[in-house]
Design a protein around this ligand. Structure first.
Ligand code: ZN
Length: 470
């Protein structure tokens, strides 16, 4: 706001010479109404007709997306660090969180404290700064000082990730919730899905292991209740082969059931590292696809969540002498050298709870899985949109304390990013009044040569807040 020209202030509905303090006062009045019962700042009982903070945040974000642009087939969920403006008074060696998830290369810090700090809070965790809602959590990306932890909040973002092969769509931020850092990500993710004003319509939800590492009852089974198919990466601990609880001669590998005839060389395949060369990736995908020939596949789903799986020789994806029908397949089909009694041609009923922690509908690592999971990178794009390209959501860019105030600021940021993306995608051809899908062009519209964008703003450099130091 400080960098708006008078014309831009007028356009944004801000009276001339408003200050940051004026805005903050208005914001605090709103927060006073939204603040949940039991929150630090709450003095009077909450009006029961007020929406919850999550509902308010998501209604605000929803209102920034044209109704003619529905959710895409794949939604991606991810979280990003929101650092508190407050100066740190002490530090912990590692987050005092009960979430068992730990990043792969986490480093512990040297703890230190000023007198009177850290302060134990009612949730049993420590506040290390005057922002008493902020907590220490693991960073999603290591910060410049090389620390693996930060003090603040986790912002969870749900983004339209399109559909495999879709040529163009706008990666709208569909929803968000904010939580003190280090709270259970799975709980926050579900709260986000449940506070969308029009519900969840996507077929797939791609999320990283911060969510899917939660125990099956907290994430995988909850997604199933919401009729959405989870696509997720696997943590190292989820990649240990283990025999089936209910059947002999078969093994779970990376969330997929295989008969013991699976060749040894395909049993342990590496994960996709970040920044992998395209050619190497193609090679690795080919191995996963080759392995998928041996996979048990779904034959039938039962209402109670159990599934009937059929073995690879049952559908002649491999040839096995113990399944005579499979021997009629083409000679290029892989041939096993099984002893009698193998499971290649069998069908199995798998209870809902078996391997529920790592099981997923798309076979892990295959091209189809990668085509869906890879769309998740658009969420990381949304983080950059908020923090760098369209927004200024960096440390010290706002000075509010508390979960509710920071959540509302996040929502305003997300709404602004959405409005800006609509403008850039279609240059006025689609607005918030575009209500029907058929009124939205399938392709991006080129910017008209003569008309400058009404959202043109001063140089980015001048919008950067002064670099803050602790
Ligand atoms: Zn066999």
């Amino acid at each position: 706001m400080d960098t708006f020209t008078p014309a831009q202030q007028l356009r944004a509905g801000l009276p001339w010479n408003w200050s940051y303090d004026n805005l903050q006062t208005a914001l605090q009045a709103l927060i006073g109404h939204l603040e949940p019962d039991g929150a630090l700042g709450r003095r009077t009982p909450r009006n029961p007709r007020m929406p919850t903070v999550d509902e308010f945040v998501n209604a605000l974000i929803d209102a920034s997306i044209p109704a003619g642009c529905p959710q895409t087939e794949v939604l991606a969920l991810d979280s990003t660090d929101v650092r508190t403006h407050a100066k740190r008074r002490s530090w912990l060696a590692k987050p005092d969180t009960s979430d068992p998830y730990t990043p792969d290369d986490a480093r512990t810090d040297k703890p230190w404290a000023s007198p009177g700090w850290p302060k134990l809070q009612p949730d049993g965790r420590y506040a290390v700064s005057a922002d008493l809602d902020a907590r220490i959590g693991w960073c999603t990306v290591k910060n410049q000082e090389g620390s693996s932890t930060f003090n603040g909040y986790d912002a969870h973002l749900l983004v339209d990730a399109g559909s495999p092969g879709q040529p163009f769509w706008v990666p709208y931020i569909r929803g968000a919730v904010l939580r003190p850092a280090g709270e259970y990500k799975a709980d926050a993710g579900l709260a986000l899905l449940d506070s969308l004003p029009h519900g969840l319509h996507a077929r797939y939800l791609a999320s990283d292991r911060g969510y899917s590492y939660a125990k099956a009852s907290a994430w995988h089974l909850e997604l199933r209740k919401r009729n959405v198919i989870g696509v997720h990466d696997l943590h190292t601990n989820q990649r240990r082969p283990h025999p089936s609880d209910t059947s002999k001669g078969v093994t779970w590998i990376d969330g997929t059931l295989f008969p013991d005839s699976l060749p040894q060389r395909l049993r342990k395949l590496p994960n996709y590292p970040i920044g992998m060369k395209a050619a190497d990736r193609v090679e690795l995908t080919a191995l996963y696809d080759e392995r998928a020939r041996w996979a048990f596949r779904v034959n039938q789903r039962f209402d109670n969540g159990d599934v009937q799986l059929k073995g690879p020789a049952y559908t002649s994806r491999i040839r096995c002498r113990n399944a005579p029908k499979s021997m009629r397949a083409k000679s290029t089909t892989p041939l096993t050298n099984c002893e009698p009694g193998c499971q290649c041609g069998s069908t199995r009923v798998i209870p809902l709870s078996e391997a529920a922690w790592e099981r997923q509908e798309l076979t892990f690592g295959t091209k189809k899985w990668l085509d869906h999971y890879g769309l998740r990178s658009f969420v990381e794009g949304a983080n950059a949109q908020l923090k760098e390209w369209r927004g200024s959501m960096r440390r010290h860019s706002t000075k509010v304390f508390g979960t509710t105030a920071n959540a509302v600021v996040l929502a305003i940021h997300c709404a602004a990013v959405n409005v800006s993306m609509t403008e850039d995608a279609w240059y006025g051809a689609v607005t918030l009044n575009t209500r029907h899908r058929h009124d939205v062009p399938h392709m991006q519209r080129r910017r008209p040569a003569a008309a400058p964008s009404p959202s043109a703003r001063p140089q980015r450099a001048s919008r950067r807040p002064p670099a803050g130091k602790d």
